[in-house]
Design a protein around this ligand. Structure first.
Ligand code: GAL
Length: 693
């Protein structure tokens, strides 16, 4: 007998497969062995790419502590395997260890076995080179069994975790790989009204005498007519497009009032232009080419993205950057790809673009014509991560060129840079090391980590003649959050690359907990670009995150004050994806002028055991508190009950005056009593509340 159960759950529609339901299967009692070697690679959720059968993560033979093994799975931690046991009797046996394939670089992983969220066995921290450890554990009565390789430190690329000869001897129901209930896409954001509504940040930073470009983001029926009260000297507004251009000579705060009207009504909003040293006063919002196009990016695709950003309405919500990632320069390492061949640089040393790009100045002019801004990508090494030409030994020339083209954002990715190459410089560089010295006073050992970024910051400031958001990309090495700001970083990546798997999201997420003290206006932690909507690093396909996971991802990134760089193909947006990107009440959390990054305040459970909910909280400029309730259960628990959390714990008061559900843009009834009541959330889903005392 197979059953399909439909249930409406917190606004999400779930089609539950029989695997998720107790007593849904009528398999007979058996006594047998369930072998991991019979699994498919997709049964294993892991940080990046797919698990390898009988091979290490790098495709070599499995080998732990010098000992080769023929059967098992090579994974990249964090990796998880969930098995539905439905309370059968059984015993799990498995060998675990770190694969030798990354030696001499060592990863560190703790292997765990959990039964219904309780830890049944743990390896302790294992390092690459250690001998394998044997895990034998009784699992009688367990409903969902979870095998996890948990990274212990930010070794990211070296955490190659092997599971050797795994099997479960069982009697009872046949174990099955656990699958989350299939979830249909669901829309929570109400449509924007046809009357005008001005969106986006409330503050904007610009440096004196640098080109100013800002389009007032506004939804509502077109055409709109814009006006601004109190515009400082040097700036002018195009009242048809809402684009403000010009230059401000004098430092200072300039409060202005934006207005927009159409045939149905009008809207006003206060805004402050801050002319000073700091830019990126709120997290940058925009798009980057990597997560969808990776190495296949071209000028045509960038133009299409710019047009789609403007025409899809995304721009009306404040998304403003169109950023080209890797693969716009020559790639001498891929001689068979004729598009990427050619001289690395011109005779005068200026960087050459590959054949997929023609005229960079014209491209950036095109981007600017919409009121958008444009970004580019390079590395302090001679080549980028994709082995295309980068800026080593040409920092000043490249910064000048970026300025001439009209670049507004530079992602600077450490990749091929090594300190020993400094002796091979052919160009004399003379630069002011004051900022570098400031960092070295605090962190004397970090010279080689910091210097290449301090140098490019200096080059941008002295050679580009325009504001360029400087995004440091070195995957969270050398505690970059402690010094990134001192070398001009507007944001810095805090981990390795993101992928669209729950495992990866959870891993990146766990790395953000301690970082809230380091974010603020002009300097942001960057947990990497979004993996929502159609993407795929070259072959565009739907995100592998479930709809609820996509809500969770966007909510958390908003609360973390992360740059919101969309990673999907903007020409293939559906209503669901737009509903996630275009909720102005959620975006306001990200763009709040205070720039307070959310903190995790507690974990709690729907049951008495195991952590099922994480609560993150962020304070807003108007004194309200935003709380995100995130469902982090690894396995779906059909009998979950509501949880009650005292308001005191959330806002430090017995009862709030107002509570708003931000995704639904609706005020919530405040239940009698002193508790906030949270109904069970969709698997890996979120509830986002803004609470006023
Ligand atoms: C990685 C970086 C990615 C992308 C890629 C390009 O190092 O983290 O976001 O930029 O390089 O090759």
């Amino acid at each position: 007998m197979r059953r399909l159960v439909i249930s409406l759950f917190c606004g999400g529609l779930f089609l539950m497969s029989p695997h998720c339901m107790a007593a849904a299967s009528d398999d007979h009692e058996t006594s047998s062995v369930f072998r991991f070697s019979d699994l498919s690679a997709l049964s294993i959720d892991q940080l990046w790419q797919q698990a390898e059968k009988n091979k290490s993560k790098d495709g070599k033979g499995l080998k732990i502590g010098g000992q080769p093994y023929s059967t098992g799975w090579g994974t990249m931690a964090r990796s998880t395997l969930a098995i539905n046991m439905e309370g059968s009797k059984g015993e799990l046996s498995l060998l675990v260890g770190m694969d030798d394939d990354t030696l001499p670089n060592k990863g560190h992983v703790n292997f765990k076995v959990l039964g219904d969220d309780k830890v049944l066995w743990e390896s302790g921290v294992m390092e690459t080179g250690d001998k394998a450890k044997e895990c034998k554990v009784g699992i009688d009565g367990v409903r969902v069994l979870l095998i996890v390789s948990e990274p212990v430190e930010n070794g990211y690329y070296y955490n190659h975790a092997d599971w050797i000869n795994g099997e479960i001897a069982y009697s009872g129901k046949t174990p099955e790989v656990f699958a989350l209930p299939k979830e249909e896409k669901y829309i929570l954001t109400p449509p924007a009204p046809d009357t005008p509504r001005i969106m986006g940040a409330k503050v904007y930073g610009v440096r004196p005498n640098h080109p100013f470009l800002y389009k007032i983001p506004c939804t509502g029926k077109k055409p709109l007519e814009y006006s601004v009260e109190g515009l400082p000297k040097g700036l002018k507004l195009d009242s048809e497009t809402g684009i403000i251009t010009g230059k401000i000579a004098k430092k200072g705060d300039y409060p202005v009032k934006f207005s927009a009207k159409n045939s149905l009504g009008s809207f006003e909003r206060d805004f402050t232009i801050k002319c000073g040293d700091k830019i990126a006063l709120t997290p940058p919002m925009g798009w980057n080419s990597w997560n969808c196009f990776a190495g296949s990016v071209s000028e045509k695709k960038i133009r299409t993205a710019a047009k789609a950003m403007a025409e899809s309405g995304l721009m009306d919500y404040g998304y403003g950057y169109i950023n080209i990632d890797d693969y716009w320069t020559i790639n001498p390492k891929l001689p068979y790809d004729k598009d990427l061949n050619g001289p690395e640089r011109h005779d005068d040393g200026n960087i050459n673009v590959n054949k997929r790009f023609k005229d960079m100045k014209a491209l950036f002019d095109y981007i600017h014509s919409f009121g958008l801004k444009g970004g580019i990508y390079s590395s302090p090494g001679p080549y980028t991560c994709g082995l295309c030409v980068a800026s080593f030994d040409h920092e000043f020339l490249d910064a000048k060129k970026f300025g001439e083209w009209g670049v507004d954002y530079l992602k600077y990715d450490t990749c091929t840079y090594t300190p020993d190459m400094e002796s091979s410089r052919t160009r004399k560089i003379d630069w002011d090391k004051t900022n570098l010295d400031k960092v070295l006073e605090k962190f004397p050992k970090l010279r080689t980590d910091v210097a290449p970024f301090a140098l490019m910051d200096y080059a941008l400031r002295t050679s580009a003649d325009r504001d360029i958001v400087f995004s440091l990309c070195q995957y969270g090495g050398a505690d970059v959050w402690k010094w990134g700001d001192l070398v001009g970083g507007s944001c810095w990546r805090t981990t390795g690359d993101i992928s669209d798997r729950w495992c990866c999201l959870r891993y990146i997420w766990s790395r953000q907990r301690e970082l809230y003290p380091y974010a603020g206006p002009g300097h942001w932690n960057d947990p990497d670009m979004l993996v929502i909507g159609p993407l795929g690093w070259g072959t565009v396909r739907p995100s592998r995150l479930t709809p609820s996971e996509q809500y969770t991802h966007f909510t958390l990134w908003s609360m973390l004050c992360s740059p919101l760089l969309l990673g999907c193909d903007l020409s293939q947006l559906d209503d669901f994806t737009l509903n996630i990107f275009c909720n102005h009440e959620v975006l306001e959390v990200n763009q709040d002028p205070l720039g307070n990054q959310a903190k995790m305040i507690m974990t709690t459970s729907y049951k008495s055991d195991g952590a099922a909910l994480e609560l993150w909280s962020k304070s807003m400029e108007d004194g309200s508190t935003v709380v995100g309730f995130f469902d982090v259960r690894e396995a779906y628990e059909p009998s979950a009950k509501e949880v009650r959390i005292p308001w005191q714990k959330l806002i430090g008061a017995d009862k709030p005056s107002r509570v708003r559900d931000l995704w639904r843009q609706k005020d919530v009834d405040i239940a009698e009593g002193s508790d906030c009541v949270v109904a069970p959330l969709p698997a890996h889903g979120v509830q986002l509340l803004r609470i006023w005392k």
